[in-house]
Design a protein around this ligand. Structure first.
Ligand code: HEM
Length: 417
């Protein structure tokens, strides 16, 4: 039923800790899909918004880029975050997900070809080689490890590093920086910082210093890596400025690694809980393409984005006014029984896995979707090729963060072939 009243249940979409218990989270999202699919949220310290939970409505908001726009505030967060950024003298973010219209298209154009399927296919040997290092590490670990920490996180960082063309020595530094940007809501990642905003501020400074140096090098000595494309990119015939280049590096570095590692760890967790499917995949490795799609549907690590309504309209039976804000919940859309048969069952053979909305849709459709798919496919395939048995060795743990989150610990035990 359409209602303009605040719905307390929909706080689940912006409450960091709620994402640390996904079973409870999904139960609440299912209720909202059923009886308040475009729910009003008036949370203290947040701009009021409408939480969009059904597949058809998230699809509509994502596709209708004329009606629903991205802005500098696209990443859902409390107003305080932006007030502090401004008070700290930092400008509001201007990465691809914060831009709209022509200006977005011009910046996206800079790297679009580099991310096309044929070009991404050329990355496979590098992805294979990096994956091999981590599969070898499984043997070194002697039968037990934390797959999320020991394999998925460093593997996905090294892939992003190889995409940029920077050396493996910097991977620990990159891990610290990206977790500073996205994991600041989780106390485990705060380190020496007691104030998450301090952490974000110093993180941005460190990113700036690192990437300025990288850009200067690639302008002097271009190669065929992504850093060279960004450093030598042009918009309206002019080179990208230092700040514009930095925003580009930040979106690829931050959007590209923990999203993918969360899908990999959360997908493997499901395989371990469904040993029949694990064996099916071991017996028929060609199932990996659909299996990876199902893992990305199931985990949906980007939790939501905000969009701004440009004209009075109706969405899912709810009237929206020009200027209203909507939140697109990808994990909820991905469990909608109107789009998926038995949505709450993990099934690597499901024929409708391709309906997933984890990568969004429309003009902001994930630029790195083909890279992410290859990474998940490659790592899971290689692990299953190596192991005879593999199972959970303890309780997995989730990151409590409302924007990008997933499994942060996945203890496993295994025997090798
Ligand atoms: C499973 C892994 C991933 C997931 C679930 C994911 C999800 C998303 C989502 C939901 C969006 C916004 C879509 C929209 O607003 O309609 C997005 C945008 C983006 N992603 Fe990904 N992503 C993943 C991996 C990657 C990788 C590996 C890269 C880079 C190598 C990447 C780079 C980007 C960029 C640059 C954008 C901004 C595109 C734009 O606004 O035009 N992502 N991603």
């Amino acid at each position: 039923m359409a209602s303009t009243e605040h719905d307390d249940r929909a706080l689940v979409f912006i409450t960091p800790e709620a994402y640390a218990d996904m079973d409870a989270w999904h139960a609440t999202a299912a209720e909202l899909r059923r009886d308040n699919p475009v729910a009003r949220v008036e949370a203290e310290g947040w701009t009021p918004f409408w939480a969009v939970s059904r597949h058809a409505d998230v699809f509509e908001v994502s596709r209708r880029n004329d009606l629903y726009w991205n802005t500098e505030y696209s990443a859902p967060g409390p107003d305080l975050t932006y007030q502090f950024l401004q008070a700290a003298g930092l400008e509001l973010p201007r990465t691809l997900v914060h831009l709209h219209g022509d200006i977005h298209n011009k910046y996206r154009e800079v790297t679009n070809d580099w991310f096309k399927p044929a070009a991404v296919k050329g990355l496979q040997p590098a992805i294979d080689a990096i994956a091999d290092d981590y599969v070898a590490l499984l043997a070194e670990k002697g039968g037990e490890c934390d797959f999320a920490v020991d394999v998925a996180v460093p593997f996905t960082i090294r892939v992003i590093m190889s995409i940029f063309g920077v050396p493996p020595e910097d991977e620990a530094f990159m891990l610290k920086l990206t977790q500073g940007m996205f994991g600041a809501a989780d106390p485990e990642y705060l380190g020496d910082f007691t104030d998450p905003l301090d952490l974000v501020r110093s993180t941005i400074d460190e990113f700036a210093a690192y990437f300025d140096e990288l850009s200067a090098d690639r302008r002097a000595r271009p190669t065929n890596d992504l850093a060279s494309v960004i450093a030598n990119g042009r918009v309206d015939g002019e080179p990208l400025g230092s700040t514009e280049s930095l925003w580009y590096y930040i979106i690829v570095a931050t959007a590209g690694h923990d999203t993918t590692s969360y899908s990999m760890s959360g997908g493997l967790e499901q395989l371990l809980r469904h040993q029949d499917q694990l064996r099916l995949l071991q017996d028929d490795p060609s199932l990996i393409v659909n299996a990876a799609e199902e893992m990305i549907r199931w985990t949906s690590p980007v939790r939501s984005f905000f969009r701004w309504v440009q004209e009075d309209t109706v969405l899912g039976g709810q009237e929206l006014a020009k200027g209203d804000v909507v939140l697109t919940s990808y994990p909820s859309a991905n469990r909608d029984d109107a789009a998926f048969e038995r949505p709450d069952e993990f099934d690597i053979t499901r024929p409708d896995a391709k309906n997933l909305l984890s990568f969004g849709l429309g003009m902001h459709y994930c630029l790195g979707a083909q890279v992410a798919r290859r990474e998940v496919q490659t790592m899971v395939r290689k692990v299953l090729e190596q192991v005879d048995t593999i199972e959970l060795a303890g309780e997995p743990q989730w990151t409590g963060a409302h924007f990008v989150s997933g499994l942060k610990h996945l203890p496993i035990s295994y025997t090798l072939k």
